[in-house]
Design a protein around this ligand. Structure first.
Ligand code: KIV
Length: 277
């Protein structure tokens, strides 16, 4: 970042205080270029473990490692100066218990400069969340459709369509808020349940495939830009960047093939030979 652009990030307490206020704007970012472009517009940049699928072409997020998260997290912090940067804890890096979670989370924050971690799970993760928060690690929770549990859920299935399932998800949201999470992502739940979760918890809810009444919204940036092939029905494509890229690649290929690129002004001139004395 240049010396003219001081880093002044939204703090975790300021973010937490946004409950019930102006809607929170959040997007994912995995690299410097995306972080730079999104940073002026968003309150939160999430270095999501969705990078396993979006960047690395994996079928699920289960193969994402701490090393991958650390490398992408550091890039997003370098590319931003205003947004709160939250980094996902990958599958297998925290579920054993609070001590494992602390070792992984502290490594991620130290190596990246991100301000907080996100982890998936409700009641089962409450003890771990409390342990981390008491030791100085802010935690964003994630309930509803938790992609790291894809094999238990039997697929990326919307949760809470059947009202009989609501009490479990309500208990999850209450548990993470009481444990000290500063916000909770509510993913892939029936709209009335997302509204209810927003009413019953004291921390901001950030919806994805949830409800416009959540305290904020998050999308995977590549999905909303139109860069991914298949997107769930809850995604609105705010751009068709895929077509723009395709046009640019085609124009470049044509210009290389007909030798119109590079033009002379796109090359380096040699120094004039000095006349011999
Ligand atoms: O990994 C991710 O990108 C996420 C968001 C979809 C909330 O968890």
């Amino acid at each position: 970042m240049s010396s003219q652009s001081p880093v002044r990030r939204i703090t975790v307490p300021a973010f937490r205080a946004r409950k019930g206020g102006e809607p929170i704007v959040a997007l994912t970012a995995y690299d410097v270029a995306t972080a730079r472009l999104a940073d002026p517009h968003v309150d939160l940049l999430l270095v999501g473990d969705s990078l396993g699928m979006v960047v690395y072409g994996m079928d699920t997020t289960l193969g994402v490692t701490l090393d991958m998260m650390a490398a992408h997290g550091a890039a997003v912090v370098r590319g931003s100066r205003r947004a709160l940067v939250v980094i996902d804890m990958p599958f297998g890096s925290y579920e054993q218990g609070p001590a494992q979670a602390f070792a992984s989370a502290s490594r991620l924050l130290a190596q990246t400069g991100a301000q907080a971690v996100k982890l998936e799970g409700g009641v089962a993760m409450a003890e771990t969340i409390a342990f981390l928060v008491r030791r100085g690690i802010p935690v964003c929770a994630h309930v509803g459709l938790t992609p790291q549990a894809v094999n238990v859920l039997g697929g990326f299935r919307v949760q809470g369509r059947d009202r009989s399932g609501w009490p479990i998800i309500e208990a999850d949201a209450r548990a993470v808020a009481e444990a000290g999470a500063f916000a909770v992502v509510v993913e892939g739940v029936a709209e009335p349940l997302a509204r209810r979760l927003t009413e019953i918890v004291s921390i901001p809810t950030i919806g994805i495939g949830a409800s416009a009444q959540c305290d904020g919204q998050i999308l995977v940036t590549e999905d909303m830009l139109g860069l991914t092939e298949h997107v769930p029905s809850f995604v609105r494509r705010f751009a068709d960047a895929g077509s723009r890229f395709d046009g640019a690649f085609a124009a470049y290929a044509a210009a290389v093939r007909d030798r119109s690129f590079p033009a002379l002004e796109e090359t380096y001139a040699a120094r004039e030979d000095k006349p011999k004395a």
